[in-house]
Design a protein around this ligand. Structure first.
Ligand code: GDP
Ligand code: GDP
Length: 437
């Protein structure tokens, strides 16, 4: 299920960043910290009363005085396009400004829920707050808050979650393979998706995804069902700037949340960028199967070692992901395009593989005999029993005498044994430890 995206929009200095920090930092639990991806805190997952959402801070983008109006118009336009709900923040101390009125006009015309919030209210004496002015914006009663003091932000969140779109059930049958196509602008995502959809039987185009704006493209091949999730996030890519980039990363993360297989697209002429690592790292942490697709292979001058060199370079860049298969394609010449879906099928099966308990226990017994588990002072880790707890990703539960005795390197060793024996290509593996006396 996908989390709705909430944007905070408003003039500079009304308190957008302060409110963002207030919401994600203190008053509500940060559900997950998207390691690496969110260290810049420009978007953050949050939860209020059981509803999860991703908050995007559109503040902090510096611009010169003379272009403020234009920039805010653009900020609002992006929010209208990309977010599922908008917090429109105004400054109760300064009162209504012309820019506020312009933004309000824009927001009124849009088909997105808007919550009007008046910030910098430290005293809740109605006569001192220019509520009437704000009421004229035609966006309902403003919710008064003080972001810096944390006053009334609970009411704000109560109102906000009422505006979030209903979380719909996943409309696809359980055996449908959900594919997320991710990668930076211009690597060829749209070209590849169009090429794939052009070849296969598209069932119904434009099925709405689980949030308002996600457009999914379902299709069939050899009697199997697939859906490429959030193809809408892919279409708009002209004039990518800082603010647009921010939303596009959030969309990519939400698409990954909903997928079974993430297709990470790279441009053969550019290689791996920092953002690629973050998103692929996110997919890994979420337990998603992953295929690396190196596109524009037609542009590379090749000899018989080019592919090997390329592969080595990528694996050096993304060291933690040596289980991910890499394929080299061209959307332009259609070279090896059918391989993409073959590979999707393959890693989806690997991610769903179940291993019989007896076989697992044999494997672990042999592994521990070959290399004994780590010991701490006088105690040695003992593995009594192992069982597969689940699939997608394959998850193994080790019953041990004391989980504290496990070392990272030994766990890695066991993971490698599992991979050597059973493959699990393209899928993360999880190992959990349970204490048993
Ligand atoms: P942004 O440009 O919209 O992101 O605004 P900031 O969050 O950077 O805040 C702008 C200024 O307003 C800062 O000096 C904040 O300390 C101040 N500020 C933010 N929220 C409040 C508030 O609730 N009350 C008061 N008095 N000041 C605030
Ligand atoms: P997106 O932003 O990731 O969706 O990328 P597009 O699909 O829009 O492609 C960006 C540009 O790269 C376009 O000009 C495409 O024609 C071009 N392109 C895409 N795939 C290939 C390819 O395999 N080879 C070459 N030479 N160009 C490609």
């Amino acid at each position: 299920m996908s989390k709705p995206i909430v944007a905070i929009v408003g003039r500079p200095n009304v308190g957008k960043s302060t409110l963002f920090n207030r919401i994600v930092g203190s008053r509500i639990a940060i559900v997950e910290d998207m390691p690496g991806v969110t260290r810049d805190r420009l978007y953050q997952d949050a939860e209020w009363q059981g509803r999860e959402f991703t908050l995007v801070d559109t503040g902090g983008l510096d611009f010169a005085e003379d272009v403020i109006t234009e920039q805010i118009r653009k900020q609002a336009e992006l929010a209208i396009r990309e977010a599922d709900a908008i917090i429109f923040l105004v400054d109760a101390r300064e009162g209504l400004t012309i820019i506020d009125e312009e933004v309000a006009k824009q927001l009124r015309l849009a088909d997105k829920p808007v919550l009007l919030v008046a910030n910098k209210v430290e005293q809740f004496d109605a006569s001192k707050i220019p509520f009437y002015d704000f009421y004229q914006l035609g966006l309902g009663d403003p919710v008064p808050v003080s972001a810096s003091e944390g006053l009334n932000t609970g009411d704000l969140l109560d109102e906000l979650v009422k505006l979030l779109p209903e979380q719909e059930d996943d409309p696809y049958s359980p055996d449908t393979i959900r594919i997320a196509v991710i990668g930076r602008p211009n690597v060829g995502k749209s070209s590849l998706v169009n090429a794939i959809l052009g070849e296969e039987r598209v069932i119904v185009s434009n099925i709405p995804g689980t949030t308002r704006d996600a457009i999914d493209s379902p299709f069939e091949r050899n009697g199997k069902s697939y859906v490429i999730v959030d193809t809408a996030g892919m279409r708009r890519r002209n004039r990518i700037d800082l603010a647009a980039e921010r939303y596009s990363v959030v969309r990519a993360l939400r698409a990954v949340d909903r997928c079974d297989v993430a297709l990470m697209i790279l441009d053969a002429t550019e290689g791996v960028a920092e953002q690629d690592k973050k998103i692929v790292g996110y997919a890994h942490e979420k337990g998603k199967a992953i295929v690396l697709v190196v596109n524009k292979w037609d542009l590379v001058v090749k000899d018989d070692k080019t592919m090997n060199r390329f592969e080595r370079k990528i694996r050096e860049e993304i060291t933690f992901l040596n289980y991910i298969p890499i394929i080299y394609v061209s959307a332009l010449t259609k070279q090896r395009l059918p391989k993409i879906l073959d590979m999707v099928d393959f890693v989806a099966e690997e991610a769903s593989r179940r291993v019989a308990t007896a076989d697992l226990n044999n494997l672990i017994r042999e592994a521990t005999q070959a290399t004994p588990p780590p010991a701490d002072k006088h105690r040695r880790l003992k593995i009594f029993y192992v069982t597969q707890g689940g699939v997608k990703p394959p998850t193994f539960i080790l019953f041990v005498n004391d989980p504290e005795l496990m070392h990272f390197s030994y766990q890695r060793y066991l993971e490698n044994k599992l991979r050597d024996t059973y493959g699990f290509e393209g899928t993360p593996i999880r190992i959990f430890l349970r204490k048993r006396e």
